[in-house]
Design a protein around this ligand. Structure first.
Ligand code: AMP
Length: 191
């Protein structure tokens, strides 16, 4: 099993690149953002609980998010590995993920960050907001709040995974294909 966390600020291309990594290495892709949006559109209890947080660009509380993630892993156990996209986003989530995975004899093998400047990300997110229905991509204040959530709660995980010798960073600028090739060559060197 090879388990990857794809890491980076909102708009850095985590979802796009996770799809390529999933295909190439036969991984099971878990995006917590996609799971929340699916629950919101299906109006489930979880979706109703999460909606106000997504609308503002705030992180959903850990208790809700961690349980959702664990359920998704436990419901999809016959896989070659997982690619976690948008999770973990807090120290508590990262610690919970480590202990949860170890309880089922798994571990994170690599955390790979896509490195892109906030200025470039604002342009990308506003562009994406024109073609999707994501209200959190259409409002500059919400985008800034998401960066603030990242900078205050998520960026500390760089240190968390660095200490474990599992943190890697890839230049997230350039064409989608160039970035994919950078990721493939990194993962090939780790497998
Ligand atoms: P994303 O699609 O990854 O940009 O996530 C969209 C939104 O979903 C975030 O702004 C949060 O409101 C929520 N979300 C996704 N993943 C998490 C997480 N790991 N912890 C808390 N909230 C999350």
């Amino acid at each position: 099993m090879f388990n990857i966390v794809i890491f980076g600020k909102p708009g850095s291309g985590k979802g796009t690149q996770a799809n390529f990594l999933k295909e190439k290495y036969s991984l099971y892709h878990i995006s917590t953002g996609d799971l929340f949006r699916k629950n919101i559109s299906n109006k489930t209890k979880l979706g109703i609980e999460a909606k106000s947080y997504l609308d503002k660009g705030d992180l959903v509380p850990d208790s809700v998010t961690i349980k959702m993630l664990e359920n998704e892993v436990l419901s999809n156990k016959k896989v070659n590995g997982y690619i976690f996209d948008g999770f973990p986003r807090t120290q508590n989530q990262a610690e919970s993920l480590d202990s949860f995975l170890s309880s089922i004899n798994l571990k994170i093998n690599a955390t790979i960050a896509l490195d892109v400047s906030e200025n470039e990300l604002i342009t990308r997110l506003l562009d994406r907001g024109k073609t999707t229905n994501r209200s959190d991509d259409q409002d500059i204040e919400k985008i800034k709040n998401r960066f603030n959530e990242y900078n205050t709660k998520t960026s500390i995980l760089i240190n968390f995974y660095n200490k474990q010798g599992k943190f890697y960073s890839v230049d997230g600028k350039g064409s989608v294909n160039d970035i994919t090739l950078r990721l493939f060559s990194l993962v090939d060197s780790l497998i």
